[in-house]
Design a protein around this ligand. Structure first.
Ligand code: LMR
Length: 301
């Protein structure tokens, strides 16, 4: 029987705020939630974990260089990786949400050498859901009628939302996305830009980062790890690249199309990639290599 005990870790000054979160969680009357333990102690929060969702990271502040941001986050994710190594189960599934999510995830994985790298993933399900929803709105169908969009690469503005393998259910029959939308210029232009820039657009409008949609994407991601993906459906998540898929270099956390069974993800292989897609997949890989190399240089510091 599946049930959930939530261990909520925050820094000591935030513990009174965390009490408010605990009350809200209790007030949701969630069917699987059995207990909630707020704490400021890593040894409590990470002890025997089955699943870890790492949401806290240093947000970019005014005047901060990308390099400074990476340096601050390397320190955070090195320490969280070390805590996972020390206290969590070796089977723990780790989802990194805090930005830059892919590189933070790689640093956490490198800092927990006895936990398999395959147990680490970063959130690109939010981008996946955004892409699905944009296509659905364009075709005037529910989002559930759109499957197999792909987010390739980094959870950043270089990500590549790809609909070449996406199917849309229009009045009972499934069409290729390009045939359903009937607007190639939009799919190759504004659609991609909208998904790539959506996080920034939400911040501009709300003066705060995405919250509800990010939480929904985290639930989607974790539920799929635990229960598997539906037959014929793939989802996007940032996973460890071993250099064997789609020409993506190894030692990166790169978002791929994956299918999940028995809590194990597999990259969907053999999808045809045209030159339009390849260029975009390479560009986002190049950004990840640069981020990784900067971050890894800070690891020993
Ligand atoms: C998002 O995609 O909404 C967030 O990752 C944006 C951000 O920088 O917090």
């Amino acid at each position: 029987m599946l049930f959930i005990i939530l261990l909520l870790l925050d820094i000591t000054p935030m513990l009174p705020v965390l009490d408010g979160v605990v009350m809200e969680l209790q007030d949701c009357a969630l069917p699987l939630l059995r207990d909630i333990i707020p704490t400021d102690k890593e040894e409590v929060a990470f002890k025997d974990l089955d699943a870890a969702i790492l949401v806290g990271s240093m947000p970019r502040k005014d005047g901060m260089e990308r390099k400074d941001l990476l340096k601050a986050n390397v320190a955070i994710f090195k320490s969280q990786g070390a805590a996972l190594e020390k206290y969590a189960k070796k089977t723990v599934k780790v989802l990194v949400v805090g930005n830059p999510a892919n590189t933070n995830c790689l640093i956490a994985a490198k800092s927990a050498p006895s936990i398999p790298k395959e147990n680490f993933s970063c959130l690109t399900r939010l981008d996946h859901n955004r892409a699905r929803s944009q296509v659905a709105m364009r075709c005037a169908v529910p989002a559930t009628h759109v499957r197999n969009v792909i987010i390739w690469g980094n959870h950043s503005s270089t990500q590549y939302p790809d609909v070449h393998h996406c199917l849309v259910n229009m009045s009972g029959s499934e069409l290729a996305c390009f045939d359903a939308v009937k607007d190639d210029a939009w799919l190759k232009g504004d659609f991609i830009a909208t998904v790539q820039q959506r996080g920034a657009a939400v911040i501009k409008a709300r003066k705060l980062s995405s919250a509800m949609s990010a939480a929904k994407a985290i639930c989607d991601h974790m539920r799929d790890i635990w229960t598997g993906t539906a037959d014929g459906e793939f989802i996007s998540m940032g996973v460890y690249s071993s250099g064997n898929s789609y020409g993506v270099p190894d030692d990166l956390i790169y978002s791929f199309p994956v299918q999940i069974k028995d809590k194990t993800w597999k990259i969907v292989e053999g999808l045809a990639i045209n030159s339009f897609s390849q260029t975009k997949m390479d560009a986002t890989a190049a950004e990840l290599i640069e981020e990784r190399d900067t971050a890894v240089a800070f690891l020993g510091v």
